[in-house]
Design a protein around this ligand. Structure first.
Ligand code: AHR
Length: 320
């Protein structure tokens, strides 16, 4: 097995060779998590579009939410000798071996939107948002919105063991820490899907006096919030008023909910992670330019004051 230093040297030499031949990365494998949310669908669409624009042959593998499928896809990309790999890792742990295999094969790996618990020299760079910050922004919004009133919060977490579920929880808890009027009374995974968001919200409502004991919902993504909004309506309450709703992603559907007064705030996660990822890969493969270890995308807060229908119109055809 090559040591990591040797790998970097070998990769740089390979890059120089590519540069000398004037070639660019042609074949890139993309191991996508699945299609659990509107945001994920948009990321897939934009990645395909970016690849097409740049003349990249994108080999796409949908893992259907399973890490074992992602590991198989990575091994298959390695066996095919792709120029690079994009990996959106479903969970944070368990990647070391396959990333070492990619490194031994001198294939750079770029992480998209989620992080891994592995040494950072096993991947070239990661493109994503500050996931803790997103949770903090959502929490800070709620602290202000309730303005010192007592507020029982229910939380819909993302996929268990995924970096956004871990970090968005931590960031939110950080923001509400020290505000004794705010308490998370129930917290459970909704796996980032609408269906599970609705199901889990139904169980929260049942357990909490039909919802009368709940003041706010914090959902780790908009899809779960949209499912939960439906559950709140079916329980005879008004989402956005009886139960405040704050979530993350900024998908078009949350803006129609905001325009109807049924959702209150969302933190935007850009689905265009592939643009910066391909830029970094092109530079690396052309002349060995090392990108920063983390390429951070912006996180913007939207509320009902931000003309939600205008934002919906701007986003509705972007592949969500
Ligand atoms: O990793 C990003 C998260 O994954 C998005 O917030 C969520 O919608 C998706 O499933």
């Amino acid at each position: 097995m090559l040591s990591r230093k040797v790998w970097l040297g070998a990769a740089a030499l390979a890059s120089m060779a590519l540069m000398a031949s004037g070639a660019a990365a042609q074949t890139i494998g993309f191991s996508q998590i699945g299609s659990e949310s509107g945001w994920r669908a948009a990321e897939t669409t934009l990645t395909r579009q970016e690849a097409e624009k740049r003349g990249i042959d994108l080999k796409f593998a949908d893992a259907q939410q399973k890490q074992e499928n992602q590991i198989k896809a990575l091994r298959s990309f390695i066996a095919q000798g792709v120029d690079a790999i994009l990996l959106a890792p479903v969970v944070a742990t368990g990647w070391d071996s396959v990333l070492e295999e990619a490194q031994e094969a001198e294939i750079p790996v770029v992480l998209l939107d989620r992080m891994v618990d592995a040494p950072d020299d096993l991947y070239l760079t990661a493109v994503g948002s500050d996931l803790v910050h997103e949770g903090r922004v959502a929490g800070e919004w709620l602290v202000e919105a309730v303005n010192g009133e007592d507020c029982n919060i229910v939380e819909l977490q993302g996929t268990t063991g995924s970096s956004p579920a871990i970090d968005r929880k931590n960031g939110f808890e950080e923001a509400i820490a020290g505000h004794d009027n705010l308490t998370i009374i129930r917290s459970q995974t909704g796996d980032f899907t609408r269906t599970k968001g609705k199901e889990v919200m139904e169980s929260f409502l049942k357990a909490e006096g039909g919802g009368t004991n709940i003041c706010a919902l914090y959902a780790h993504n908009d899809d779960m919030a949209v499912g939960a909004i439906q559950a709140i309506k079916e329980a005879g309450l008004k989402p956005g008023e009886d139960i405040l709703v704050v979530s993350i992603d900024a998908v078009p559907d949350i803006f129609t909910a905001m325009a109807a007064g049924e959702a209150n705030a969302t933190v935007e996660l850009t689905p265009n992670m592939a643009g910066p990822a391909f830029d970094a890969l092109e530079a690396y493969l052309n002349d060995g330019t090392m990108p920063p270890k983390f390429i951070q995308t912006e996180s913007k807060l939207y509320t009902q004051e931000d003309d939600p229908m205008a934002v919906y119109e701007a986003k509705k055809d972007l592949g969500y």
